[in-house]
Write a protein that binds this ligand. Sequence first.
Ligand SMILES: *Cc1c(COP(=O)(O)O)cnc(C)c1O
Length: 430
Amino acid sequence: MTGRHRIQGIPVTDIAEQFGTPLYIYDGEELEHGYERIRSRLHPSVDILYSLKANPNLSVCSLLGGLGAGAEVSSAAELAVARAAGVSPADTIFLGPGKSEEEVATALTAGIHSLICESYGELDLINKIAGEMGITAPVALRVNPQSAAKGAGLRMGGKPRQFGIDEGILMADPGLTARFPSVRLMGVHAYLGTRILSSDVVAENTAQILDMAQRLTDRLQFPLETVDFGGGLGVAYFQGEEDLDVDALTGQLNPIVEAFRAQHPRTRVLMELGRFLTATAGLYVTRVRYVKESMGQHFAVTDGGTNHHMAAVGIGSFAKRNFPMSILNRAQEPTEQLWQVTGPLCTPNDTLGKNVALSEVRVGDLIGVHRSGAYGPTASPTRFLSHGYPAEVLVHRGTPLLVHERESVSDILSRQPVHHELATTRTNGG
Ligand SMILES: *Cc1c(COP(=O)(O)O)cnc(C)c1O
Protein backbone atom coordinates (compact mmCIF):
# COMPACT_ATOMS: atom_id res chain seq x y z
CA MET A 1 0.00 0.00 0.00
CA THR A 2 1.43 3.36 -0.95
CA GLY A 3 0.63 6.74 0.45
CA ARG A 4 -0.47 5.73 3.90
CA HIS A 5 -1.01 8.67 6.22
CA ARG A 6 1.61 8.65 8.97
CA ILE A 7 1.98 10.28 12.35
CA GLN A 8 5.58 10.63 13.49
CA GLY A 9 6.47 8.07 10.85
CA ILE A 10 3.95 5.49 12.06
CA PRO A 11 1.30 4.48 9.52
CA VAL A 12 -2.13 5.32 10.89
CA THR A 13 -3.26 1.92 9.55
CA ASP A 14 -0.99 0.28 12.15
CA ILE A 15 -2.35 2.42 14.98
CA ALA A 16 -5.92 1.63 13.89
CA GLU A 17 -5.02 -2.07 13.77
CA GLN A 18 -3.58 -1.94 17.28
CA PHE A 19 -6.29 0.07 19.01
CA GLY A 20 -9.33 -0.49 16.81
CA THR A 21 -11.67 2.10 15.32
CA PRO A 22 -13.26 4.55 15.66
CA LEU A 23 -10.53 6.37 17.48
CA TYR A 24 -8.92 9.72 18.07
CA ILE A 25 -5.19 10.06 17.56
CA TYR A 26 -3.28 13.04 18.96
CA ASP A 27 0.17 13.88 17.67
CA GLY A 28 2.32 14.84 20.65
CA GLU A 29 4.89 16.45 18.38
CA GLU A 30 2.28 18.74 16.83
CA LEU A 31 0.95 19.64 20.30
CA GLU A 32 4.47 20.62 21.28
CA HIS A 33 5.19 22.55 18.08
CA GLY A 34 1.85 24.34 18.27
CA TYR A 35 2.55 25.46 21.82
CA GLU A 36 6.11 26.55 21.06
CA ARG A 37 4.97 28.36 17.89
CA ILE A 38 3.03 30.87 19.97
CA ARG A 39 5.05 30.72 23.19
CA SER A 40 8.29 31.62 21.44
CA ARG A 41 6.74 34.70 19.80
CA LEU A 42 4.31 35.94 22.43
CA HIS A 43 5.39 38.69 24.81
CA PRO A 44 7.22 36.86 27.62
CA SER A 45 5.12 38.50 30.32
CA VAL A 46 1.94 36.83 29.00
CA ASP A 47 1.27 33.50 30.68
CA ILE A 48 -0.59 30.95 28.58
CA LEU A 49 -3.36 29.00 30.24
CA TYR A 50 -4.69 25.89 28.57
CA SER A 51 -8.51 25.83 28.43
CA LEU A 52 -9.30 22.23 29.29
CA LYS A 53 -12.76 22.52 27.76
CA ALA A 54 -11.19 22.11 24.31
CA ASN A 55 -9.73 18.71 25.16
CA PRO A 56 -9.77 17.56 28.78
CA ASN A 57 -7.79 14.39 28.18
CA LEU A 58 -5.40 13.95 31.10
CA SER A 59 -2.41 13.11 28.91
CA VAL A 60 -2.99 16.02 26.55
CA CYS A 61 -3.18 18.28 29.59
CA SER A 62 -0.01 16.72 31.08
CA LEU A 63 1.91 17.30 27.88
CA LEU A 64 0.85 20.95 27.64
CA GLY A 65 1.38 21.48 31.36
CA GLY A 66 4.86 20.03 31.00
CA LEU A 67 5.62 22.62 28.34
CA GLY A 68 4.65 25.37 30.77
CA ALA A 69 0.96 26.01 30.21
CA GLY A 70 -1.24 26.79 33.19
CA ALA A 71 -4.88 25.70 33.26
CA GLU A 72 -8.26 27.32 32.84
CA VAL A 73 -10.89 24.97 34.25
CA SER A 74 -14.66 25.12 34.55
CA SER A 75 -15.67 22.13 36.65
CA ALA A 76 -14.51 20.12 39.64
CA ALA A 77 -13.45 17.33 37.31
CA GLU A 78 -11.43 19.65 35.06
CA LEU A 79 -9.72 21.00 38.16
CA ALA A 80 -8.91 17.45 39.25
CA VAL A 81 -7.53 16.64 35.78
CA ALA A 82 -5.34 19.76 35.78
CA ARG A 83 -3.99 18.83 39.20
CA ALA A 84 -3.42 15.19 38.21
CA ALA A 85 -1.61 16.51 35.13
CA GLY A 86 0.78 18.35 37.43
CA VAL A 87 -0.37 21.90 36.71
CA SER A 88 0.28 24.06 39.75
CA PRO A 89 -2.79 25.56 41.48
CA ALA A 90 -0.91 28.87 41.33
CA ASP A 91 -1.26 28.67 37.55
CA THR A 92 -4.88 27.55 37.54
CA ILE A 93 -8.02 29.63 37.27
CA PHE A 94 -11.62 28.46 37.62
CA LEU A 95 -14.40 30.05 35.63
CA GLY A 96 -17.92 29.26 34.49
CA PRO A 97 -21.32 30.86 34.99
CA GLY A 98 -22.83 28.13 37.19
CA LYS A 99 -20.25 27.13 39.77
CA SER A 100 -21.58 25.01 42.62
CA GLU A 101 -20.90 25.63 46.29
CA GLU A 102 -18.76 22.51 46.30
CA GLU A 103 -16.73 23.67 43.30
CA VAL A 104 -16.04 27.04 44.90
CA ALA A 105 -14.93 25.36 48.12
CA THR A 106 -12.78 22.82 46.28
CA ALA A 107 -11.08 25.52 44.22
CA LEU A 108 -10.38 27.62 47.32
CA THR A 109 -9.05 24.65 49.24
CA ALA A 110 -6.76 23.80 46.33
CA GLY A 111 -5.35 27.32 46.53
CA ILE A 112 -5.84 28.19 42.88
CA HIS A 113 -4.64 31.48 41.46
CA SER A 114 -8.12 32.96 41.17
CA LEU A 115 -11.80 32.31 40.85
CA ILE A 116 -13.24 34.12 37.87
CA CYS A 117 -16.53 35.45 39.15
CA GLU A 118 -19.44 35.70 36.73
CA SER A 119 -22.28 37.25 38.75
CA TYR A 120 -23.26 39.08 41.93
CA GLY A 121 -24.88 35.90 43.22
CA GLU A 122 -21.56 34.15 42.87
CA LEU A 123 -19.73 36.98 44.67
CA ASP A 124 -22.14 36.41 47.56
CA LEU A 125 -21.47 32.68 47.56
CA ILE A 126 -17.67 33.04 47.34
CA ASN A 127 -17.75 35.64 50.12
CA LYS A 128 -19.82 33.31 52.34
CA ILE A 129 -17.69 30.21 51.72
CA ALA A 130 -14.38 32.06 52.12
CA GLY A 131 -15.71 33.62 55.33
CA GLU A 132 -16.60 30.19 56.73
CA MET A 133 -13.14 28.92 55.78
CA GLY A 134 -11.56 31.94 57.46
CA ILE A 135 -9.73 33.05 54.31
CA THR A 136 -10.05 35.77 51.71
CA ALA A 137 -10.73 34.46 48.24
CA PRO A 138 -8.70 35.73 45.27
CA VAL A 139 -11.31 36.81 42.75
CA ALA A 140 -11.12 38.30 39.28
CA LEU A 141 -14.29 39.71 37.78
CA ARG A 142 -15.38 38.37 34.44
CA VAL A 143 -16.66 41.43 32.68
CA ASN A 144 -19.05 41.66 29.78
CA PRO A 145 -17.75 44.79 28.05
CA GLN A 146 -19.98 47.52 26.74
CA SER A 147 -18.80 46.67 23.23
CA ALA A 148 -16.65 44.09 21.49
CA ALA A 149 -14.99 43.76 18.11
CA LYS A 150 -16.89 41.65 15.61
CA GLY A 151 -15.21 38.79 13.81
CA ALA A 152 -15.46 35.85 16.19
CA GLY A 153 -17.20 32.65 15.09
CA LEU A 154 -19.21 32.86 18.29
CA ARG A 155 -19.38 36.05 20.32
CA MET A 156 -19.28 35.88 24.11
CA GLY A 157 -19.46 39.55 25.05
CA GLY A 158 -20.61 42.99 24.05
CA LYS A 159 -24.22 41.80 24.00
CA PRO A 160 -26.62 40.28 26.54
CA ARG A 161 -24.93 37.14 27.85
CA GLN A 162 -25.04 34.76 30.80
CA PHE A 163 -21.30 35.23 31.19
CA GLY A 164 -19.69 37.81 33.43
CA ILE A 165 -21.08 41.04 34.83
CA ASP A 166 -21.88 43.96 32.56
CA GLU A 167 -19.23 46.66 32.54
CA GLY A 168 -21.98 49.25 32.92
CA ILE A 169 -23.32 47.63 36.09
CA LEU A 170 -19.82 47.47 37.62
CA MET A 171 -19.00 51.07 36.70
CA ALA A 172 -22.15 52.13 38.55
CA ASP A 173 -21.14 50.24 41.70
CA PRO A 174 -18.00 51.84 43.18
CA GLY A 175 -18.82 50.44 46.64
CA LEU A 176 -18.68 46.84 45.49
CA THR A 177 -15.44 45.77 47.20
CA ALA A 178 -16.56 46.88 50.65
CA ARG A 179 -19.63 44.65 50.55
CA PHE A 180 -17.65 41.42 50.17
CA PRO A 181 -15.05 41.43 52.96
CA SER A 182 -13.93 37.83 52.40
CA VAL A 183 -13.28 38.50 48.73
CA ARG A 184 -9.96 39.92 47.59
CA LEU A 185 -10.80 41.56 44.31
CA MET A 186 -7.59 41.34 42.31
CA GLY A 187 -8.27 41.08 38.62
CA VAL A 188 -10.30 41.50 35.49
CA HIS A 189 -11.15 38.82 32.95
CA ALA A 190 -12.87 39.00 29.59
CA TYR A 191 -13.35 36.46 26.85
CA LEU A 192 -15.02 37.85 23.79
CA GLY A 193 -15.40 35.02 21.33
CA THR A 194 -14.06 31.84 19.82
CA ARG A 195 -12.76 30.78 16.39
CA ILE A 196 -11.22 34.18 15.72
CA LEU A 197 -9.08 34.06 12.57
CA SER A 198 -8.19 37.73 12.33
CA SER A 199 -5.21 39.10 14.22
CA ASP A 200 -6.78 42.57 13.95
CA VAL A 201 -9.78 41.36 15.93
CA VAL A 202 -7.59 39.71 18.60
CA ALA A 203 -5.47 42.84 18.92
CA GLU A 204 -8.49 45.14 19.07
CA ASN A 205 -10.20 42.97 21.70
CA THR A 206 -7.04 42.84 23.78
CA ALA A 207 -6.48 46.59 23.69
CA GLN A 208 -10.12 47.16 24.67
CA ILE A 209 -9.94 44.69 27.55
CA LEU A 210 -6.73 46.19 28.94
CA ASP A 211 -8.29 49.67 28.79
CA MET A 212 -11.41 48.40 30.44
CA ALA A 213 -9.38 46.78 33.24
CA GLN A 214 -7.80 50.15 33.92
CA ARG A 215 -11.21 51.91 33.98
CA LEU A 216 -12.68 49.34 36.35
CA THR A 217 -9.81 49.33 38.82
CA ASP A 218 -9.85 53.15 38.89
CA ARG A 219 -13.55 53.14 39.56
CA LEU A 220 -13.79 50.21 41.99
CA GLN A 221 -10.43 50.86 43.63
CA PHE A 222 -8.81 47.46 43.73
CA PRO A 223 -5.23 46.52 42.80
CA LEU A 224 -4.95 45.06 39.32
CA GLU A 225 -2.87 42.00 40.15
CA THR A 226 -4.08 40.06 37.12
CA VAL A 227 -5.72 40.71 33.82
CA ASP A 228 -6.87 37.88 31.60
CA PHE A 229 -7.68 38.98 28.07
CA GLY A 230 -9.12 35.64 26.93
CA GLY A 231 -8.03 34.49 23.53
CA GLY A 232 -10.39 32.54 21.34
CA LEU A 233 -7.80 32.05 18.61
CA GLY A 234 -9.15 29.91 15.79
CA VAL A 235 -7.75 27.44 13.31
CA ALA A 236 -8.85 27.08 9.69
CA TYR A 237 -11.31 24.22 9.22
CA PHE A 238 -13.28 25.12 6.15
CA GLN A 239 -12.67 26.08 2.56
CA GLY A 240 -11.78 29.75 2.29
CA GLU A 241 -10.45 29.96 5.86
CA GLU A 242 -6.81 30.60 6.63
CA ASP A 243 -4.83 29.90 9.78
CA LEU A 244 -3.78 32.86 11.86
CA ASP A 245 -0.30 34.06 11.04
CA VAL A 246 1.35 33.81 14.46
CA ASP A 247 4.10 36.27 13.52
CA ALA A 248 1.56 38.85 12.42
CA LEU A 249 -0.61 38.18 15.46
CA THR A 250 2.15 38.57 18.03
CA GLY A 251 3.55 41.50 16.03
CA GLN A 252 0.28 43.31 16.76
CA LEU A 253 -0.33 41.93 20.24
CA ASN A 254 3.11 42.36 21.83
CA PRO A 255 3.31 46.18 21.58
CA ILE A 256 -0.15 46.42 23.19
CA VAL A 257 1.02 44.20 26.04
CA GLU A 258 4.32 46.08 26.25
CA ALA A 259 2.54 49.42 26.63
CA PHE A 260 0.27 47.97 29.31
CA ARG A 261 3.24 46.48 31.17
CA ALA A 262 4.97 49.85 31.20
CA GLN A 263 2.01 51.16 33.20
CA HIS A 264 1.47 47.98 35.26
CA PRO A 265 4.84 46.25 35.67
CA ARG A 266 3.57 43.91 38.39
CA THR A 267 0.27 42.86 36.84
CA ARG A 268 0.15 39.25 35.73
CA VAL A 269 -1.19 39.02 32.17
CA LEU A 270 -2.99 35.85 31.16
CA MET A 271 -4.19 34.46 27.87
CA GLU A 272 -6.46 31.42 27.51
CA LEU A 273 -6.07 29.04 24.61
CA GLY A 274 -8.03 25.88 23.94
CA ARG A 275 -8.70 25.16 20.29
CA PHE A 276 -5.51 26.83 19.12
CA LEU A 277 -3.31 24.50 21.18
CA THR A 278 -5.02 21.22 20.33
CA ALA A 279 -7.09 21.30 17.12
CA THR A 280 -4.38 20.66 14.55
CA ALA A 281 -2.88 17.81 16.59
CA GLY A 282 -5.97 15.59 16.44
CA LEU A 283 -7.19 13.08 13.87
CA TYR A 284 -10.50 11.23 14.09
CA VAL A 285 -10.18 7.83 12.44
CA THR A 286 -13.16 5.81 11.24
CA ARG A 287 -13.34 2.61 9.23
CA VAL A 288 -15.68 2.21 6.29
CA ARG A 289 -18.22 -0.55 6.92
CA TYR A 290 -20.38 -0.25 3.83
CA VAL A 291 -20.42 1.62 0.57
CA LYS A 292 -23.73 2.17 -1.18
CA GLU A 293 -25.55 4.35 -3.63
CA SER A 294 -28.77 6.24 -3.16
CA MET A 295 -30.40 8.23 -5.91
CA GLY A 296 -27.14 8.73 -7.68
CA GLN A 297 -25.08 9.69 -4.63
CA HIS A 298 -22.20 7.67 -3.17
CA PHE A 299 -22.37 6.90 0.52
CA ALA A 300 -19.55 5.62 2.73
CA VAL A 301 -20.99 4.35 6.00
CA THR A 302 -18.33 4.39 8.70
CA ASP A 303 -18.12 2.98 12.22
CA GLY A 304 -17.98 6.43 13.85
CA GLY A 305 -19.89 9.61 13.32
CA THR A 306 -21.26 12.67 14.96
CA ASN A 307 -21.64 10.73 18.22
CA HIS A 308 -17.87 11.28 18.53
CA HIS A 309 -17.42 14.34 16.40
CA MET A 310 -20.37 16.66 16.67
CA ALA A 311 -18.33 19.63 15.45
CA ALA A 312 -17.95 17.98 12.05
CA VAL A 313 -21.68 18.51 11.49
CA GLY A 314 -20.86 22.19 11.05
CA ILE A 315 -20.32 24.83 13.67
CA GLY A 316 -22.43 27.92 13.95
CA SER A 317 -23.66 27.65 10.42
CA PHE A 318 -26.70 26.24 8.65
CA ALA A 319 -24.84 25.28 5.50
CA LYS A 320 -22.86 22.10 6.01
CA ARG A 321 -19.16 22.83 5.64
CA ASN A 322 -16.71 19.97 5.80
CA PHE A 323 -13.72 19.54 8.03
CA PRO A 324 -10.67 18.44 6.03
CA MET A 325 -11.11 14.72 5.35
CA SER A 326 -9.16 12.04 3.52
CA ILE A 327 -8.74 8.32 2.98
CA LEU A 328 -5.85 7.48 5.30
CA ASN A 329 -4.75 4.16 3.83
CA ARG A 330 -4.52 5.48 0.24
CA ALA A 331 -3.61 9.07 0.94
CA GLN A 332 -2.02 9.83 -2.41
CA GLU A 333 -4.70 8.65 -4.81
CA PRO A 334 -6.43 11.33 -6.88
CA THR A 335 -9.77 12.55 -5.58
CA GLU A 336 -12.33 12.08 -8.29
CA GLN A 337 -15.69 11.29 -6.73
CA LEU A 338 -17.99 13.04 -4.32
CA TRP A 339 -18.89 11.06 -1.23
CA GLN A 340 -21.37 11.37 1.60
CA VAL A 341 -19.47 10.14 4.64
CA THR A 342 -21.99 9.03 7.24
CA GLY A 343 -21.77 7.31 10.61
CA PRO A 344 -23.64 4.48 12.33
CA LEU A 345 -26.41 6.56 13.90
CA CYS A 346 -30.03 6.32 12.82
CA THR A 347 -30.41 9.97 11.90
CA PRO A 348 -29.70 11.79 8.65
CA ASN A 349 -27.78 14.35 10.71
CA ASP A 350 -25.07 11.78 11.27
CA THR A 351 -23.07 13.09 8.33
CA LEU A 352 -19.36 13.67 8.89
CA GLY A 353 -18.82 15.02 5.40
CA LYS A 354 -21.10 16.03 2.56
CA ASN A 355 -19.92 15.84 -1.06
CA VAL A 356 -16.34 15.15 0.04
CA ALA A 357 -13.96 14.71 -2.87
CA LEU A 358 -12.25 11.33 -2.39
CA SER A 359 -10.97 8.54 -4.57
CA GLU A 360 -13.27 5.53 -4.84
CA VAL A 361 -14.01 4.44 -1.29
CA ARG A 362 -13.84 0.71 -0.48
CA VAL A 363 -15.07 -1.29 2.47
CA GLY A 364 -12.31 -1.39 5.10
CA ASP A 365 -10.80 1.96 4.14
CA LEU A 366 -9.91 4.35 6.94
CA ILE A 367 -11.45 7.79 6.58
CA GLY A 368 -9.89 10.50 8.72
CA VAL A 369 -11.25 13.83 9.86
CA HIS A 370 -8.25 16.09 10.31
CA ARG A 371 -7.80 19.02 12.71
CA SER A 372 -10.01 17.26 15.22
CA GLY A 373 -8.03 17.71 18.43
CA ALA A 374 -10.39 20.29 19.94
CA TYR A 375 -14.04 19.91 20.89
CA GLY A 376 -14.05 16.27 19.80
CA PRO A 377 -15.53 13.44 21.86
CA THR A 378 -16.13 15.47 25.01
CA ALA A 379 -18.20 17.97 23.04
CA SER A 380 -20.22 15.21 21.37
CA PRO A 381 -23.21 13.06 22.40
CA THR A 382 -21.03 9.97 22.93
CA ARG A 383 -23.87 8.00 24.50
CA PHE A 384 -26.23 8.57 21.58
CA LEU A 385 -27.30 5.12 20.35
CA SER A 386 -25.09 3.83 23.17
CA HIS A 387 -21.97 3.41 21.07
CA GLY A 388 -19.98 4.94 23.92
CA TYR A 389 -16.80 6.98 24.17
CA PRO A 390 -14.13 6.26 21.53
CA ALA A 391 -10.56 5.25 22.28
CA GLU A 392 -7.99 8.05 22.35
CA VAL A 393 -4.32 7.54 21.52
CA LEU A 394 -1.47 10.01 21.94
CA VAL A 395 1.65 9.46 19.87
CA HIS A 396 4.52 10.45 22.11
CA ARG A 397 8.10 10.38 20.79
CA GLY A 398 7.25 7.74 18.22
CA THR A 399 5.15 5.54 20.51
CA PRO A 400 1.35 5.38 20.38
CA LEU A 401 0.00 5.43 23.93
CA LEU A 402 -3.59 4.60 24.84
CA VAL A 403 -4.75 7.68 26.75
CA HIS A 404 -8.47 6.93 26.99
CA GLU A 405 -10.06 3.52 26.87
CA ARG A 406 -12.92 2.81 24.54
CA GLU A 407 -16.17 2.62 26.49
CA SER A 408 -17.56 -0.91 26.42
CA VAL A 409 -21.10 -2.27 26.53
CA SER A 410 -20.55 -3.32 30.13
CA ASP A 411 -19.28 0.18 30.99
CA ILE A 412 -22.57 1.54 29.74
CA LEU A 413 -24.68 -1.04 31.59
CA SER A 414 -22.66 -0.67 34.79
CA ARG A 415 -23.93 2.87 35.34
CA GLN A 416 -27.55 1.68 35.38
CA PRO A 417 -28.84 -0.09 38.48
CA VAL A 418 -30.99 -3.11 37.67
CA HIS A 419 -34.48 -3.04 39.21
CA HIS A 420 -35.85 -6.54 38.75
CA GLU A 421 -39.35 -5.56 39.85
CA LEU A 422 -39.70 -3.49 36.68
CA ALA A 423 -39.47 -6.58 34.51
CA THR A 424 -41.86 -8.74 36.51
CA THR A 425 -44.97 -6.60 36.78
CA ARG A 426 -46.76 -8.33 33.93
CA THR A 427 -47.50 -12.06 33.93
CA ASN A 428 -49.17 -14.06 31.19
CA GLY A 429 -52.91 -14.21 31.60
CA GLY A 430 -52.65 -12.08 34.73
C1 LIG B 1 -14.26 28.09 25.72
C2 LIG B 1 -13.47 29.09 26.42
C3 LIG B 1 -12.09 29.21 26.17
C4 LIG B 1 -11.39 28.39 25.12
O1 LIG B 1 -11.80 28.82 23.87
P1 LIG B 1 -11.02 28.43 22.55
O2 LIG B 1 -11.75 29.14 21.48
O3 LIG B 1 -11.11 26.94 22.43
O4 LIG B 1 -9.61 28.86 22.70
C5 LIG B 1 -11.38 30.14 26.88
N1 LIG B 1 -11.97 30.93 27.81
C6 LIG B 1 -13.29 30.84 28.07
C7 LIG B 1 -13.88 31.73 29.08
C8 LIG B 1 -14.09 29.94 27.39
O5 LIG B 1 -15.39 29.86 27.64
